[in-house]
Design a protein. Sequence first.
Length: 137
Amino acid sequence: MKKSIVVLCSIFLLAACKKNTPPGMLNEELPASTTTLAAGSFVSSAHTTSGTAKIVKDANNKLYLTFENFRTDAGPDLKTWLSPNTNGSPFQDFGFLKATTGNFSYELPANYNYTTNNHVLIWCKRFSQLFGYAVLR
């Protein structure tokens, strides 16, 4: 009986951890005809993370946060945050990390201040863990 409960709890925990795990690879078409306003390379923290983050503006003056050649480990509840530092306080939440590898982007508000919130954080909200970050310059 004890063994059955342990097995069931383990299955539940594994399912719960995978619920918010982003898909493996995404090669989204990045915005065309852009001007790079700021860029930075990802640095590993709790998990190996690599690639480039950029703030770009397209021909219609829309701002995007783009991830190029990005790679990090999978994890539960991974978020994309923009912050003035690496400790995650304060932060702007741009939602779940779209993928653990590949190229993708997030549209930013027109008034987004990327010089103040110049740290792109890959944050595991469930465990308050910084997977990796990029400083935009």
